[in-house]
Write a protein that binds this ligand. Structure first.
Ligand SMILES: Cc1cc2nc3c(=O)[nH]c(=O)nc-3n(C[C@H](O)[C@H](O)[C@H](O)COP(=O)(O)OP(=O)(O)OC[C@H]3O[C@@H](n4cnc5c(N)ncnc54)[C@H](O)[C@@H]3O)c2cc1C
Length: 233
């Protein structure tokens, strides 16, 4: 065994956690709520906006933990099953008792530090971070999501206890982003909201440009996926 192999082994043991799926719930078509549990999570650190990387045979895929309970070592994930890709297939096939190897929770977006109120933009992959944000503040958050199916999105958001989100249906050539930008600008002007952009990379890029032209600052942004890219992080 080489020193390198030994080091990799030690690092993996230090950083990797082995968890088990302790509950699976189909919230709505295309959305699965998974609860992961393991003694190695007891006492672990977590902040709202952190990420969790799931180790799959083909690489890792990233999700957003919420409802983290450091006493019992439990957290929840909401997986958007968008296709037949490794992450989505893992979510689709997840069963009670399955073993899961993960890195994290680790820092991604620092929601804790943001001045209230916070307005979060995202898509179906951002409902979990929205839940983490909502749970961390009594009030003072607003949500704007671009979605494919508003009825399904509403069902999922309601199940998560997120009321009053503004949903904008995705349109060809991103025509809907005009409405999204307008809405974000209004929130920023009305309530001096901290703006956080998450989700689809091209949407974030266009909105950043538009908001900059309006001299509005985006406090945090994090692309969760991009068309044609795999396992973006
Ligand atoms: C910090 C962070 C937090 C995240 N949190 C969550 C979360 O809580 N829940 C969640 O569901 N996702 C979350 N994501 C997004 C998720 O990691 C990506 O969607 C990832 O690509 C899924 O892996 P995959 O194997 O299904 O697809 P990949 O193999 O990575 O991608 C293959 C192709 O699928 C397409 N694709 C990827 N994602 C989507 C999508 N959402 N809609 C349509 N097409 C897509 C793209 O064209 C891509 O090229 C997060 C990502 C990051 C970086």
């Amino acid at each position: 065994v080489s020193a390198r192999d030994l080091l990799d082994d030690v690092l993996a043991k230090l950083l990797l956690r082995e968890l088990k799926i302790s509950s699976v719930r189909d919230v709505s078509p295309g959305f699965r709520l998974l609860e992961l549990h393991g003694p190695t999570l007891v006492g672990a650190k977590w902040s709202p906006g952190d990420k969790l990387q799931i180790l799959l045979s083909t690489g890792s895929r990233t999700y957003t933990p919420f409802a983290f309970d450091r006493k019992t070592g439990t957290l929840s994930l909401l997986v958007f099953v968008h296709g037949d890709t490794p992450g989505a297939s893992w979510g689709r096939n997840a069963r009670f008792g399955d073993k899961v190897r993960v890195f994290g929770p680790r820092g991604s977006i620092n929601l804790q530090e943001l001045a209230s109120p916070v307005t979060l933009f995202g898509d179906e992959t951002s409902f979990a971070v929205a839940k983490a944000l909502r749970d961390s503040r009594q009030s003072g958050c607003a949500f704007v999501f671009e979605v494919g199916e508003p009825a399904i999105a509403t069902e999922v958001l309601t199940a998560l206890g997120i009321e009053g989100a503004h949903l904008v249906v995705r349109r060809d050539q991103d025509a809907h982003l005009v409405e999204v930008e307008e809405r974000l600008a209004r929130e920023a002007a009305r309530a001096s909201a901290s703006l956080v952009l998450t989700g689809r990379a091209p949407a974030i890029q266009k909105l950043r440009g538009g908001l900059k032209t309006r001299r509005l600052t985006v406090q945090e942004s994090k692309a969760y996926w991009a068309p044609g890219k795999r396992g973006l992080d």
